[in-house]
Design a protein around this ligand. Structure first.
Ligand SMILES: Cc1ncc(COP(=O)(O)O)c(C=O)c1O
Length: 419
């Protein structure tokens, strides 16, 4: 076994030489930030790519979430999910808003609309759902509830870059959606994020808020913050956009491969559906009781083979010290979220994951299932690759990882019993 670790993700980076002309421009015009030319260009290009009209770039998604709540003047209580990254609830706390946790649907991992409705009180002003793993929430039902009770909806769409729902961008739903362009995300600008809103006036207000509240040189309209994306990050975003479709396609190939192979292993169940409308940002699997190891044992087993899956989302947000005292944080109230937190693990998936690595990961997953005969198929990417992939070959640079990641296959082929 090689010492080369495989992590749950690895940032996609375009060829460095392609970035140099962007840097030369920045060095030439000396515009580093404050809504510079790359910033303006990226806002327009992303809006077009994602199919949304009003998009405001940010330093990161956490500041974007905090600012979105400010822009909508949300206060009191907000209903949200415990099954997410901690920034979701933290953004409420930074606004002195009380998070109220509602349970999730055990299949989709997203807020269950029926559970949202149960948690509404006179103090409730908004709902903050998360499109977990990029899988769209039940946006229609959530909007119905919001309309009925007069609530705002702010989607934490950190995972949902490029995701479509019924043929349109999922980001068009709710009052605002927030994207993350963090290094671990499908589309990265090193750090970065964006708010998508529904009209130009709201975008204008968001733009004031992210620039300390300045509306012009001498007017400050609110206690704004510094949430501006720099020219460096915006330039990188423009370059990343040129590569995004092929990077997404590679994710799809790996997703399809895992799915096909996991059908042969009892007890490991993919938690996201197949589909080109999703972005394959994560590959979460449920470790069911008929798999020989518990989720935590599997986590250790993978680690032993230098494969670092992540238990997203464990612990639940509601278990952290700043939340666990809340009545809505109690375990009995969140049985589905609790079960997912105990049973789900995310497998490595990213454009640079080599065929050999993907194959090895499946073999390691299969190895504890002793009574199993499984033929781990190699990925035949040459067939699956979209035309142009080979010419461009952004993944070639990573293929050396496959070579050093040598894997001694477990003696699966000898086993007698079939699942
Ligand atoms: C669901 C969710 N919300 C918010 C964030 C915060 O994003 P950022 O790191 O861009 O602040 C992340 C991840 O980083 C996330 O996964």
């Amino acid at each position: 076994m090689s010492n080369q670790p495989v992590f749950v993700t690895q940032p996609y980076l375009p060829p460095l030489e392609e970035f140099v002309p962007y840097l030369e421009k920045i060095w030439g015009n000396k515009i580093l930030t404050n809504n510079g030319p790359f910033h303006q260009e990226l806002e327009a290009a992303l809006g077009q790519y994602l199919g949304v009209k009003h998009l405001s770039l940010f330093t990161n998604a956490t500041l974007a979430l905090i600012t979105a709540l400010q822009a909508l003047r949300i206060s009191g209580e907000v209903i949200t999910t415990p099954y997410s990254f901690v920034a979701t609830a933290h953004s409420l706390m930074w606004n002195n808003i009380k998070p109220v946790f509602a349970d999730v649907d055990p299949q989709t991992c997203n807020l269950d609309p029926a559970r949202i409705e149960e948690m509404i009180t006179p103090e409730t002003t908004a709902i903050m759902p998360v499109h977990c793993y990029g899988r769209p929430c039940d946006v229609e039902k959530i909007q119905d509830i919001a309309d009925t009770y007069g609530l705002k909806v702010i989607y934490d769409a950190a995972h949902a870059f490029g995701v479509r729902h019924k043929g349109q961008s999922v980001l068009q739903h709710g009052d605002m959606s927030i994207l993350s362009f963090h290094a671990t995300k499908v589309f990265n600008t090193f750090e970065g994020g964006a708010i998508i809103c529904q009209d130009e006036r709201t975008k204008q207000r968001i733009d004031y808020l992210k620039n300390f509240g300045f509306a012009n040189e001498t007017t400050v309209i609110a206690t704004g913050i510094n949430g501006k994306m720099s020219e460096f990050n915006a330039a990188l975003g423009l370059l990343q956009l040129k590569h995004i479709d092929r990077a997404l396609e590679r994710r799809r190939q790996i997703d399809r491969y895992y799915r096909e192979q996991l059908r042969k292993i009892a007890g490991l169940v993919p938690m996201t559906p197949e589909g080109d409308h999703l972005n394959q940002s994560y590959f979460p699997i449920m470790v069911a009781p008929d798999y020989p190891l518990s989720r935590d044992q599997l986590y250790e087993h993978l680690k032993h083979h230098n494969i670092h899956g992540r238990r997203y989302f464990y612990p639940l947000i509601s278990d952290f010290p700043m939340y666990r005292h809340l009545p809505s944080a109690q375990s009995a109230h969140l049985p589905n979220a609790r079960q997912l937190a105990d049973r789900v693990i995310c497998l490595p998936i990213y454009p640079g994951l080599s065929d050999a690595q993907a194959q090895s990961i499946v073999q390691v997953l299969a190895s504890p299932a002793k009574k199993l005969t499984i033929q781990v198929e190699p990925i035949d990417l040459a067939d699956a690759a979209p035309s142009g992939l080979n010419a461009f070959d952004p993944f070639e640079r990573f293929s050396n990882l496959g070579a050093v990641y040598s894997f001694a296959p477990p003696s699966l082929m000898d086993a007698a019993a079939v699942k």
